[in-house]
Design a protein around this ligand. Sequence first.
Ligand SMILES: Nc1ncnc2c1ncn2[C@@H]1O[C@H](COP(=O)(O)OP(=O)(O)OP(=O)(O)O)[C@@H](O)[C@H]1O
Length: 275
Amino acid sequence: MLIGKGIPNEYKGDYKPDVSYEPIPIYDNIIWNYNSEALHILLIAPSGAGKSQFLRYLGGMVLRRQHMLHVIDAKNSDLGRLFRHIGVGVAVETDEIIKMLTKIVNEMNERYSKYFAADNADIDANFTSLGLKGEILIFDEVLAALGEADKKQKAEIERLLGQLALKGRAVGISLVITAQKLNATDLPKSITEQCQTRIILGAVVSDETFHQATGYYKKDIAGAYKGGVGKGYAITPKSDGLAYIETPQMPEKTSDYIMLFKELRDRGTPYGEGR
Ligand SMILES: Nc1ncnc2c1ncn2[C@@H]1O[C@H](COP(=O)(O)OP(=O)(O)OP(=O)(O)O)[C@@H](O)[C@H]1O
């Protein structure tokens, strides 16, 4: 399936009322399969490279599949305002961010004790076989959030994120972590190493950021580097190395998103935190 041009067909078609675990298509054979080891996404994109638009797409797809969406919007941007407007829980300030992360970690631990602690628990079970909703957290601009926090708060954010990254999979907790750039010491390896879906967008990306994001160097790319607005590279355990991608185009106007997302909301059962 090749998407990347026009409003994705994914938004159209018959609505299925049940929770769906269908992977979310991104481009060509690159998909976001949150029912796999590649459920956590690390998305790196400098300003203006189309990150917000891509996050709106991913968030909309999560809602369409009836999962719970949480958003951390450390820069208090349009993205957070849009999701808040349609009823999704959005955290902006450091204390709100810690509160949201704590709540998701608690949910994760409750799921573990409910479904996996008993002696007779099915060790092969996961959230899909248990029929649970996924809990997806979009953490936009993680470095801005860490930069705003004091030392103790920073350690706490990293600790909570690390737990979600490490233990979230079986119980359906998936992270989408974004930053504009990434140096080796910006984020603990315990978090980044768990993000097995890596995406980088944009024309102007340093070699260091490209390497930290993908594990490759720009010079490894066959042909010229083709990053741009909504264009870049992805790597997943199934992608056989770096794959060129274009992110799906979405409506230009915020009002159109609101219509689109309200439509998704009103066709389904309640989602998100704020409703
Ligand atoms: N896949 C795409 N194809 C074509 N244009 C795109 C695509 N994605 C985004 N754009 C356009 O690029 C511009 C910037 O997009 P967006 O606001 O998503 O970027 P951003 O990286 O979040 O920027 P900032 O960090 O400055 O907010 C918008 O005008 C948007 O319409």
